[in-house]
Design a protein around this ligand. Structure first.
Ligand code: FES
Ligand SMILES: [Fe+2]
Length: 471
């Protein structure tokens, strides 16, 4: 569906993107209530969405709700260890089975044997089968197992994440993720667990929020301090529904097979020092993500372990080898990732429509997920988290923490991003704004989001842009 547009020549094609043609699209996707209402019908009930980590439902009877727009889904683990998902609604007269008050991030519990509706007591087992109705004889003979059971929702897992899809006719999760899913599987994200996870209600549309993290093109303008140790020139590429950003480089000396994604040398004369500074600065200011303690420590030793004239390629190779050894010594065995997969895997993946995951060999994060908040196109539920590979038994216990969007809570780099998002939302309302002109080389993930959204929404369709705005 994503390769061929329903809307004819209007929507841009994958080929337009690969050729890096300039594109624009209307701002209604960010601003209009009609668009938000349409998302409730045409987007959220049709797509695979990440719910949580599998480890959040470790035992039979564990359950949680996943809430998006007007939809609420109950996901649970059954006695046989498999997952089930249902719409969170009682088929009798429509009470939510589990009450989810507005503004609550997630409702969860355990030891469930059944779900009893709080209104008239209809009861359902963990297969969604109705097991109790008061006075069924009053309906004469029209009640059947089929019309009194819960409405089932598709559920599947990938990379340790639970996913749901409300559309019974949808493709499988594997097909939905496509090549993006295959590439990320090499990184064994299923073996990682949360280091931290935070959420906030933030004053911008969910697309403004995710777009703020889809492209490194903004680093030079927003995170100026990061330029001291490395350049942030990015390429980006569509993979159907999903897309990737990759560090590109303007200087040939930094092009190397060993360098990809978060593994790269710093700039300047002494790569031993700048590689450490680059990794340390990122780690400390992005809320201790984008690397691990082991990687940072190994980088801190580069100056002592390598001669001054070590090339960037030697620095990277030595750094990775010693971090890998340190990890192995504590029982964290790195996955073997073929070099061509490493190169293709890039820096971070935009998983359509509302996720972005920066991945490494022993960590994933910062990662982001956003959802609409209430009926206001100018608000979203913003979430970020970090995953890491820990030695067995060394995994920290975490919960979702509500954290106001400040530097204190999220690190100074995210605070800089928060400093833009709200004002993008405001700025796009200006009658003087002609329309978005995303960078076709570096911001392709943003363009790809709108290309694919248009396929579901049938509105706000991107088009090729010749540089001339209609007067
Ligand atoms: S609405 Fe659930 S039992 Fe009546
Ligand atoms: Fe940023």
């Amino acid at each position: 569906m994503n390769e061929m547009s329903k809307f004819g020549p209007q929507n841009i094609t994958a080929e337009d993107m690969d050729k890096e043609r300039q594109v624009t699209y209307p701002t209604e996707a960010f601003l209009s209530r009609e668009y938000l209402e349409a998302e409730k019908k045409q987007l959220w009930p049709k797509i695979w969405q990440m719910v949580e980590r599998e480890t959040d439902l470790p035992n039979p009877g564990d359950w949680l709700t996943y809430n998006v727009a007007d939809e609420s889904i109950i996901v649970l683990r059954k006695d046989d260890g498999t997952l089930k998902a249902f719409h969170n609604v009682c088929p009798h007269r429509g009470r939510q089975l589990i009450s989810v008050p507005d503004g609550v991030h997630s409702v969860r519990g355990n030891m469930r044997k059944n779900f009893v509706c709080g209104f008239h007591g209809w009861t359902y087992d963990l297969d969604g089968k109705n097991t109790y109705i008061l006075d069924p004889q009053d309906w004469h003979d029209i009640l059947t197992p089929e019309n009194t059971c819960l409405s089932e929702v598709k559920v599947d897992t990938w990379a340790g994440f639970i996913y749901i899809n409300m559309d019974p006719a949808s493709v499988s999760l594997k097909e939905w993720l496509g090549r993006a899913g295959e590439i990320l599987e090499y990184f064994e994200i299923d073996k990682m667990c949360y280091k931290w996870r935070q959420w906030a209600v933030y004053p911008c549309n969910w697309k403004v929020a995710i777009e703020a993290f889809l492209e490194p093109y903004h680093v030079a303008g927003t995170h100026t301090q990061l330029l001291a140790y490395g350049d942030y020139y990015a390429a980006s590429k569509q993979y159907g529904l999903h897309s990737v950003s990759l560090y590109d480089t303007r200087e040939d000396q930094f092009k190397m097979a060993e360098s990809s994604g978060t593994v790269r040398a710093g700039k300047g004369d002494d790569a031993r020092v700048s590689t450490y500074e680059l990794i340390r600065e990122n780690y400390e200011t992005v809320n201790f993500t984008a690397s691990t303690e082991v990687l940072v420590n190994a980088a801190s030793r580069l100056k002592d372990e390598l001669p001054e004239d070590a090339t960037p390629a030697e620095v990277i190779a030595h750094w990775q080898e010693s971090a890998k050894r340190d990890d192995a010594a504590r029982g964290v065995i790195w996955p073997e990732i073929p070099p061509e997969i490493r190169a293709e895997s890039g820096l971070a993946w935009g998983i359509f429509p509302n996720q972005n995951i920066l991945h490494g060999v022993t960590f994933a994060g910062p990662a982001y997920r956003v959802r609409p908040y209430g009926d206001d196109p100018g608000k979203c539920i913003f979430e970020s988290y970090a995953l890491e590979r820990y030695p067995e038994g060394g995994e920290p216990e975490t919960e979702w923490v509500h954290a106001e969007p400040t530097g204190e809570n999220w690190g100074s780099v995210l605070a800089q991003d928060f400093g833009n998002m709200e004002f993008v939302q405001k700025g796009m309302k200006s009658s003087g704004f002609r329309g978005p002109m995303p960078n076709p080389h570096q911001e392709q993930k943003v363009i790809n989001l709108h290309r694919n959204l248009a396929e579901y929404m049938g509105m706000s369709v991107p088009r090729l842009f010749d540089g001339k705005w209609e007067k």
